[in-house]
Design a protein around this ligand. Structure first.
Ligand code: ADP
Ligand code: MG
Length: 326
């Protein structure tokens, strides 16, 4: 359904030295710098899949989404979606996709949302019956009834995002591109957006590509991630596997029977010593073992209690980025 082959994208940016003289000179001789935003990125996505496209800031996520939505052309490589070229077959293509960019409003700022929706109906030539059906369905699922007559300007970010997502789906596209849909949202809105995406994917086989910084989005929505860093694809596969691999460290809280100035256990890093409360974490080369740790502790200290917590998803991703030097 979606097929990217050796996609590269180079941006040319005009750079100017400081000062008037340089400004004058640059009128005649412009200096350019090139930024390789994407380097030979290839992947395929099947119909009905949800793919999490992740990577640190500046990795090239938005550039990829813009290429897939036909907003920009790649410098080289081919992008075919349902057999169409997003730029060259633009007219036919736009009816098949929906896109939401979390950092930028698609809907008009100052007019009631319903007016923007009606404009979209006309632009996409959505038959009235389909429009009414979709509007009703989306209003219900995204809880929009109270919002339809308000302009975006008066909404919270979460409300705005729900309206944006509905707007992107009014014409029943097969694919939905979401670039940071949950950025800055409160946790209730995040949950609503996630729940909605999941439901639409299930009910209508909607294919979803989303970029996000929030690993909980991924955790809730899909097991397939594509990791991109410095413009290159680094990993394409199971998120479960990544979690297993990178959450090997375990945070251990130990309650001592008495106060020790220093606590040192081989294979562990001492994170903090606070009275009788001590926090340890196993070093990457150490596989955590409860029994072994207790043995080691008891050799040197008197302990009362020990409890463990697996690392947060955030930390999993931190470890992952560190491993890839991102
Ligand atoms: P991400 O969405 O992963 O944060 P982007 O795709 O926005 O990353 O950007 C990738 C790289 O391309 C960054 O170094 C960014 O500064 C650069 N870039 C993005 N858009 C432009 C542009 N229009 N002109 C010049 N450089 C750009
Ligand atoms: Mg981006």
């Amino acid at each position: 359904m979606i097929k990217l082959e050796n996609i590269s994208k180079t941006y040319k940016v005009f750079c100017r030295e400081k000062g008037l003289r340089a400004a004058f000179k640059s009128l005649f001789k412009r200096k350019y710098k090139t930024i390789e935003a994407l380097k030979n990125v290839s992947f395929e996505v099947e119909e009905g899949e949800i793919v999490g496209y992740i990577g640190p800031n500046g990795a090239g996520k938005s550039t990829t989404i813009k290429i897939m939505t036909g907003i920009i052309s790649p410098t080289s490589g081919t992008c075919l979606i349902n057999g169409l070229n997003p730029v060259k077959d633009r007219k036919k293509y736009v009816s098949q996709i929906g896109a939401v960019f979390g950092q930028r409003a698609n809907l008009a700022w100052d007019v009631p949302v319903i007016d923007s929706y009606e404009l979209l109906r006309d632009i996409y030539k959505i038959p009235n019956s389909e429009y009414e059906k979709n509007l009703q369905n989306l209003t219900e699922k995204l809880d929009l009834a109270e919002l339809l007559h308000l302009p975006i300007r008066q909404m919270s970010l979460g409300q705005r995002m729900r309206c944006e997502i509905a707007g992107a789906l009014l014409h029943s596209p097969k694919i939905l591109f979401l670039d940071e849909p949950t950025i800055g949202l409160d946790s209730i809105s995040k949950l609503k957006v996630r729940e909605f995406i999941k439901q639409m994917n299930k009910e209508t086989k909607l294919t979803v590509i989303l970029t996000t910084h929030d690993m909980n989005d991924i955790d809730a929505l899909t097991n397939r991630i594509i990791l991109i860093g410095k413009g290159q694809k680094l990993y394409d596969g199971s998120f479960e596997k990544i979690k297993e691999e990178y959450s090997k460290s375990v945070l251990v809280k130990v309650q001592m029977a008495e106060v020790y100035d220093k606590v040192e256990i081989k294979g562990y890093e001492t994170l903090s010593v606070n009275g009788i409360e001590v926090e340890l974490k196993n070093l990457p080369e150490t596989t955590f073992s409860y029994v072994k740790l207790v043995q080691e502790l008891e050799k040197k200290y008197k302990i009362v209690d020990i409890s463990t917590t697996a690392l947060e998803l955030e930390e999993v991703i931190y470890n992952l980025y560190k491993e890839y030097e991102l």
